[in-house]
Design a protein around this ligand. Structure first.
Ligand code: NAG
Ligand code: NAG
Ligand code: NAG
Length: 251
């Protein structure tokens, strides 16, 4: 016997546990496992999964990647401190998969995608950027066109408590090619001086490659870290035999 509200709580707790264990045991239906490791099949399966995967899988703790929310990201660079606030990153769900390789014996997984990415939010910036002394606060939008991201992941395999195999990530390297063009739209780079602000902004856009090389690295490192953490959560939750119908090598 339990008092009314207590009963409902207990029921909800059971329901939640049930939903949790169900989703942890089986892959979402947007995963179409390949029967072999031919890149053609892996590319298609990955391309099919991206639009849904990037929405996030809250039931297994996988956050949304599109939109991806950045509450606050401080970037300390030589000479300038930029803080990005209330940021929203969009576009990943439309990434085009260029290559996927799974070398099960060698524990190597390769992924190459081409993406248009838009980052929007508020910022503060104090210090010097190239020739300019900056003291700004306002809105920022960064549009990255046709960037190419190549990831090379060292995988490992492990068994969960029920003895099922899982993919794990041991380490990773990546290369990020900023692509064809980056458009910056940044308001108020110099507080209260729209003319200088616009001149500097024009300069940033005309020299987007140099500018991006100067401050892009920490942002990209952060983004890759988030992506890998997300993949970790996914592989922890979904057993290997639901992702790929190819026997694992002995490990
Ligand atoms: C794998 O093989 C099964 C059974 O032959 C087939 O139904 C399925 O479509 C194949 N999967 C892919 C991705 O080719
Ligand atoms: C990115 O945008 C450009 C220009 O709008 C377009 O030509 C290209 O196909 C897009 N690329 C992807 C991967 O969506
Ligand atoms: C990646 O994220 C984790 C957890 O949020 C953090 O502990 C780690 O320092 C981060 N690594 C990098 C290189 O930012």
């Amino acid at each position: 016997m339990c008092e009314r509200h207590g009963c409902i709580l207990i029921f909800l707790a059971f329901a939640a546990a049930f939903v949790n264990s169900c989703s942890a045991a089986s892959a979402p239906d947007f995963i179409h496992p390949c029967n072999n490791t031919e890149p053609a099949c892996l590319i298609k399966a990955t391309q099919d999964a991206i639009p849904e995967f990037t929405k996030g899988l809250p039931q297994i703790g996988v956050p949304s990647l599109d939109p991806f929310i950045i509450d606050e990201l401080p970037i300390q660079l030589p000479g300038i401190k930029v803080t990005f606030i209330d940021g929203k990153v969009t576009g990943l769900r439309k990434c085009e998969v260029l290559n996927v390789e799974a070398h099960l014996e060698k524990n190597v997984f390769v992924l190459e995608v081409r993406c248009n990415i838009t980052i929007k939010g508020k910022y503060t910036a104090v210090g010097r950027l190239l020739l300019f002394s900056i003291n700004g606060e306002g809105d920022a939008k960064i549009k990255i066109v046709n960037s190419i991201i190549k990831m090379n992941i060292k995988t490992k395999y492990f068994k969960d408590a029920e003895g099922r195999d899982h993919f794990g990530i041991k380490s990773y390297r990546y290369a990020f090619d900023y692509g064809e063009r980056i458009h910056y739209t940044i308001s108020n780079l110099f507080k209260g001086n729209p003319e200088i602000s616009n001149t500097v902004l024009r300069f940033l856009n005309e020299n987007w490659r140099v500018v991006t090389e100067e401050f892009g690295q920490p942002v990209v490192d952060y983004a890759m870290n988030v992506t890998i953490e997300t993949a970790h959560k996914f592989f922890d939750a979904v057993p290997y035999d639901e992702l790929l119908y190819v026997p694992l090598p002995k490990y």
